[in-house]
Design a protein around this ligand. Structure first.
Ligand code: ZN
Length: 361
């Protein structure tokens, strides 16, 4: 419900994209273009060897021309990426070989392969776009081969995400899941789950890396930092949270402060909480995360009630009661007491006190 960013993890995942995801697409397309007979990994070896021959020639010429140095840098960096791809091609996960998935995809013709690359780039663009709403993904997901599911979800996300060797070949320290949560917390100075504002995220043990658009349906977004959240376990559960449901149109915490676009009502006689979104995207978000039911649960209702009581008490004890008369001062006071992003249930408490300011006076 809080507007958040994913800068540090984003930087790291961008390096993974530049060194692994994009080169794989590009070398697969060039393999199809050249109509070579050998296997994909031998094809990569061949390019690497050609590059080495050229690099040796450059060294012998001993020229310091700018364009020659540039060419040398380019070939060296290309060979690094090829080495990484050759290494990756040899990996196995659950008895599946990475290279087998690549081979299956290479049975497609060049146009279809290019189309899938286009879909990858297009989905990435759409997620990042300023439209600030997810509603146009369906068509771009048609025609994506199932094999990408194995590559992006099983290999990239499950196996390579924390693989020390791969990260060291990229030139980075490995990204552990705990580090992901730490980075996320530090980027946002947040101590509550950004999805629900109901649970804390102090303890990494109760956190999960959650794909807003589920990786089972959107494999191309499995490693996209704008699709990955450090969220509480409940939010990730299909029974109580979002699971791998998709509802459109919808917004998400990387786009806006969703909690500020909700209205909360506390029914004291019925002991129920109802939440209304200010537009359809917010309504769908409430529905997706089952927030209505979760906020109204007995345990949560009582928790909120306790917080309200303690707020009243603090206000009663406070020496300066004038704060209630001034709406801005009052708002500031609520922020001080409820500690946004540090304590859970900020949005509902803030709404409640604003709506009941009259009674406090
Ligand atoms: Zn949550």
């Amino acid at each position: 419900m809080w507007y958040v960013m994913n800068k540090q993890n984003g930087k790291k995942l961008r390096l993974f994209e530049i060194n692994v995801i994009l080169p794989l697409f590009e070398y697969m397309i060039s393999y199809k273009q050249k109509e070579v007979d050998e296997n994909f990994d031998s094809y990569l070896e061949q390019i690497k060897n050609q590059n080495i021959i050229e690099l040796n020639k450059i060294k012998k010429t001993n020229q310091k021309l700018y364009c020659i140095r540039k060419r040398e840098q380019l070939l060296t960096s290309e060979n690094k990426k090829i080495d990484l791809l050759i290494y990756i091609c040899k990996r196995k996960y659950n008895k599946k070989k990475f290279l087998d998935s690549v081979d299956k995809l290479l049975r497609l013709d060049e146009i279809r392969l290019r189309y899938q690359y286009y879909c990858y780039l297009q989905q990435k663009r759409e997620l990042k776009s300023k439209k600030r709403c997810i509603d146009d993904f369906k068509s771009k997901n048609d025609g994506i081969s199932l094999e990408w599911q194995v590559i992006f979800c099983d290999f990239y996300y499950k196996k390579f995400f924390t693989n020390e060797k791969i990260w060291s070949m990229i030139g980075e320290k490995k990204l552990t899941r705990d580090e992901f949560h730490d980075n996320f917390r530090n980027d946002n100075n947040i101590y509550v789950c950004p999805y629900c504002d109901l649970n804390y995220n102090h303890d990494v043990g109760i956190l999960e890396i959650e794909h807003f658009l589920p990786k089972s349906k959107y494999p191309f977004l499995a490693m996209n930092p704008l699709n990955l959240y450090s969220a509480c376990v409940t939010c990730n559960k299909p029974s109580k949270g979002k699971g791998d449901k998709v509802i459109r149109p919808i917004t998400m915490p990387y786009y806006e402060d969703i909690g500020r676009k909700m209205n909360f009502f506390i029914d004291i006689t019925e002991k129920k909480i109802s939440i209304k979104g200010k537009n359809l995207k917010i309504e769908n978000y409430i529905h997706l995360l089952q927030l209505q039911e979760r906020y109204s649960s007995k345990g949560n209702y009582e928790h909120i009630q306790r917080k309200i009581k303690s707020f009243y008490q603090t206000l009663k004890d406070s020496k300066d009661k004038k704060i209630i008369d001034n709406i801005d001062e009052f708002q500031k006071y609520i922020e001080e007491v409820t500690k946004p992003k540090e304590c859970t249930c900020y949005f509902i408490l803030s709404d409640f006190f604003k709506n009941n300011r009259g009674e406090l006076q």
